[in-house]
Design a binder for this molecule. Structure first.
Ligand code: DC
Length: 232
């Protein structure tokens, strides 16, 4: 069957990865969570004190980028790929609020974006991929056959993320999570390089009042329509 490229972009905590994972599974496509790559570089920068302390050392981080090896390794049991940083499984470590607080700063750095975008293009060169992020439809795969732009109100997104963090045992307040969601929205959409914006031919998708099943159904239909048309 004809394989296409699916780009899912949008604001943080809109549930992009949940739906992208389901879609990839249903179509037997590869799923790539590009946020995990920016998060892994952030974790590396925090651990090596390039960021997060009293003084930032962005030049030092850029100099050390060539020593970072990122890999997605499929976990059969979980049914999705996990992020590895220099051989270590960091899937849990990259999802903390601490990393979320620093990640937008790292995602603004042009040298970081160039390296990660290059790796992402490589992963998608054979199509059959669902990739989620902020610049997939605009920069990574401008020719993607299906582009979705996900939105939801900031308080709904913050509440979802707050519940997720509580479930993982993190001690956070709703206000703190809301502040983080709003500040990431601002930084992500105002940065100089590849700011978050809806690609011209992307389908806007507001899931504020939509359950998972309905979201999946709709997206799956969008994809099947394009695949069937191409296959004819
Ligand atoms: O999707 P996420 O919340 O895990 O992404 C973490 C951060 O990484 C987010 O604040 C913006 C940044 N990001 C980006 O700039 N470009 C991407 N393609 C994916 C994520």
């Amino acid at each position: 069957m004809t394989k296409i490229t699916i780009a899912i972009d949008g604001y943080s905590s809109t549930g992009k990865s949940t739906i992208a994972k389901q879609l990839a599974k249903a179509l037997e496509y590869v799923y790539v969570d590009t946020g995990a790559m920016y998060r892994a570089v952030t974790l590396f920068a925090m651990r090596n004190k390039f960021i997060g302390g009293l003084k930032e050392d962005i030049e030092g981080l850029v100099g050390a980028l060539s020593t970072i090896v990122l890999k997605f390794i499929y976990n059969e049991e979980l049914g999705f790929s996990e992020m590895y940083l220099n051989g270590e499984n960091v899937e849990k470590a990259i999802r903390t609020l601490e990393v979320s607080k620093n990640v937008s700063r790292i995602a603004e750095i042009q040298a970081v974006r160039e390296i990660l975008v290059q790796q992402q293009k490589e992963m998608g060169k054979d199509k059959g991929i669902v990739m989620d992020g902020r610049d997939i439809g605009t920069v990574v795969f401008p020719d993607a056959e299906l582009k979705i732009f996900m939105t939801a109100s900031a308080d709904k997104r913050a509440y979802r993320r707050y519940k997720e963090l509580l479930d993982k045992g993190e001690k956070v307040s709703y206000e703190e999570v809301l502040k983080n969601v709003e500040s990431r929205d601002y930084i992500d959409s105002h940065r100089e390089f590849s700011p978050l914006r809806q690609a011209e031919n992307a389908i806007p998708f507001d899931n504020s009042d939509m359950g998972l099943e309905e979201q999946f159904e709709r997206m799956h239909n969008f994809a099947l329509r394009i695949i069937n048309k191409k296959g004819r």
